[in-house]
Design a binder for this molecule. Structure first.
Ligand SMILES: [Zn+2]
Length: 401
C-alpha cells in the first residue's frame, strides 16, 4: 500500500489578468493588510477566482486558502495598497464576501505579545541542548515554534544519544546553504519497508512543521510506553523531514509581525522575471511543491515568478527539489507510505490530483486506509477530515461544467 503526495490545490491552468488589480495606491502603503473571506456562489465566480489565483502577483492578492469548490471559502490576504481595488472588484462581480481580518499586522503583533510570555532565547537554549545529556530529547516544548537551527541541533542530539534507534539524514543543501536534515528511525535492513513523512515545503505552514516535530517527539519519548511505536521501530524504517524548505521557514521568522515575511510560502531562490502583460515583473522564490517532475507546470501552478504558486523555470530546477527527488528515488521499491503535511484545511488527499477519474493501481487499499485514518482523527479530537483524490474533494464542482 502506498499513500502518495498531497497537493495543496488542484485547479485549471488558465492564464488571465483580472482588471482592477493592476494599479497601486501608493498613498495607502502604511494602511492595514486585510484578509478577505470569499464564497464563490457559482461556477463562473469560482473559475474567475481560480484565474486570479493562478495569475495574481502575491503582493496584490495572496491566496491563503485557494479556490476549490462552489460555496467553499477562499481566504486572500491583500496589502494596504490594494484593499480598496480588491473590495471594488469583489463588489463589481457580486461575490459574497466579508473581511475576516481587518488589520493583520495588528493581529500578528497581538499574537506575538501573547507568545512573548514564554519566549525562548535561541543561543542559551542551544547551549543547553548541546551541554546537557539528561532529558535533552524532551527539552523541546511542544506548542513552540523553534528556529531551524534549534530543530536541526535537536535532531543531531537525538541521533547521537539514541544509536540504533535514530540516525541523522542529510539530503542536500538549500539555495542559502542550509543543510536539509531529517531523522531515520529503526534499524535499516534492505527487507524493511519504508515510510517517509515530510513538512515545511511551504514556509508559512508552521502548524505542519510542528506536527512533524511532534511525530519525532512521540517516536523518542513514547517508544517505551506505547507498544505501537516499538512495533514501528522493529518492522519499519521511518524517515521524518520536518522542514523541507528551511530558507523559506527562516525568512518567515525574520519579522513575525510583518505579513509579507510571516506569510512567505516559496523558497528564497534568486529573483526571476516574466512579462505579466504590463511590464517585466521580477520576484524571488519558487513554490517547491510545484517544481517536481510529475506533470510539471500542467495544472494548479503558475509560470509567473511573482505568483505564490510559481513552478520555477524548469522541472526540478531547485537544489531543494533536486535533493529530495534523488532521496525519494533511492527508496524505489521499498516505500510503503509517503505522507506530506500541509496547512490549512482538513483534507486527506491521495493521488492522483492532476486529472479527474485517474487513480493509482492500489486505489482501493488507499481509500480503505484513508477512511480508517480519517475515522481515527475524528475519534481523537472530533476533527472532521474529508478524503479523496484532489479533483474529488477540491474540484467536485467541475463535474457540472
Ligand atoms: Zn502547503
Amino acid at each position: 500500500m502506498i499513500i502518495r503526495a498531497i497537493l495543496c490545490i488542484y485547479s485549471a491552468a488558465l492564464i488571465v489578468n483580472i482588471s482592477g488589480l493592476d494599479t497601486k495606491n501608493e498613498t495607502k502603503r502604511d494602511g492595514p493588510f486585510k484578509v478577505f473571506r470569499i464564497l464563490p456562489a457559482n461556477n463562473e465566480q469560482l473559475l474567475h477566482m481560480i484565474r486570479l489565483f493562478e495569475t495574481a502577483d502575491s503582493e496584490r492578492a495572496d491566496f491563503w486558502h485557494a479556490p476549490s469548490v462552489v460555496n467553499q471559502t477562499i481566504d486572500v490576504m491583500v496589502g494596504p495598497e490594494h484593499t480598496d481595488q480588491f473590495s471594488l472588484f469583489l463588489e463589481k462581480h457580486q461575490y459574497p464576501f466579508q473581511v475576516a481580518i481587518h488589520d493583520l499586522r495588528q493581529a500578528l503583533i497581538d499574537r506575538e505579545g501573547d507568545l512573548e510570555t514564554h519566549a525562548i532565547d535561541d543561543s542559551s537554549f542551544l547551549r543547553r541542548l548541546n551541554d546537557d545529556d539528561i532529558g535533552f530529547h524532551s527539552r523541546l516544548k511542544m506548542g513552540e515554534y523553534y528556529s531551524y537551527n534549534v530543530l536541526s541541533t535537536w535532531m543531531h542530539r537525538i541521533a547521537e544519544n539514541l544509536p540504533g534507534i535514530a540516525t541523522i539524514v542529510e539530503i542536500g543543501t538549500t539555495v542559502e546553504g542550509r543543510t536539509i536534515t531529517g531523522l531515520k528511525f529503526g534499524n535499516d535492513t534492505p527487507d524493511k519497508k519504508v515510510v517517509v513523512i515530510d513538512a515545511g515545503i511551504h514556509a508559512r505552514e508552521w502548524a505542519a512543521i510542528h506536527t512533524a516535530t511532534y511525530f519525532i517527539h512521540l517516536m523518542i519519548n513514547s517508544r517505551e510506553t506505547d507498544d505501537r511505536i516499538g512495533s514501528y521501530l522493529d518492522n519499519l524504517v521511518i524517515y521524518i523531514f520536518p522542514v523541507l524548505n528551511p530558507d523559506g521557514y527562516e525568512y518567515t521568522r525574520t519579522d513575525k509581525t510583518n505579513p509579507r515575511a510571516r506569510m512567505w510560502r516559496k523558497s528564497r531562490s534568486a529573483a526571476k522575471c516574466a512579462f505579466d502583460g504590463l511590464s517585466d515583473a521580477c520576484c524571488m522564490g519558487v513554490d517547491l511543491n510545484r517544481n517536481f517532475e510529475f506533470r510539471f507546470g500542467e495544472i494548479g501552478a503558475s509560470r509567473y515568478p511573482c505568483s505564490e504558486i510559481y513552478h520555477g523555470p524548469t522541472a526540478v530546477s531547485e537544489p531543494e527539489t533536486k535533493a529530495y527527488s534523488q532521496f525519494l528515488r533511492s527508496l524505489k521499491g521499498r516505500m510503503e507510505a509517503y505522507i506530506t503535511l500541509h496547512s490549512y484545511s482538513q483534507l486527506w488527499i491521495y493521488s492522483y490530483s492532476h486529472r479527474k477519474f485517474t487513480y493509482a493501481p492500489d486505489i482501493d487499499e488507499t481509500r480503505r486506509v484513508a477512511a480508517k485514518a480519517v475515522a481515527e482523527l475524528g475519534r481523537l479530537y472530533g476533527t472532521k477530515y474529508r478524503h479523496g483524490t484532489g479533483p474529488e474533494i477540491i474540484c467536485e464542482s467541475k463535474k457540472n461544467r
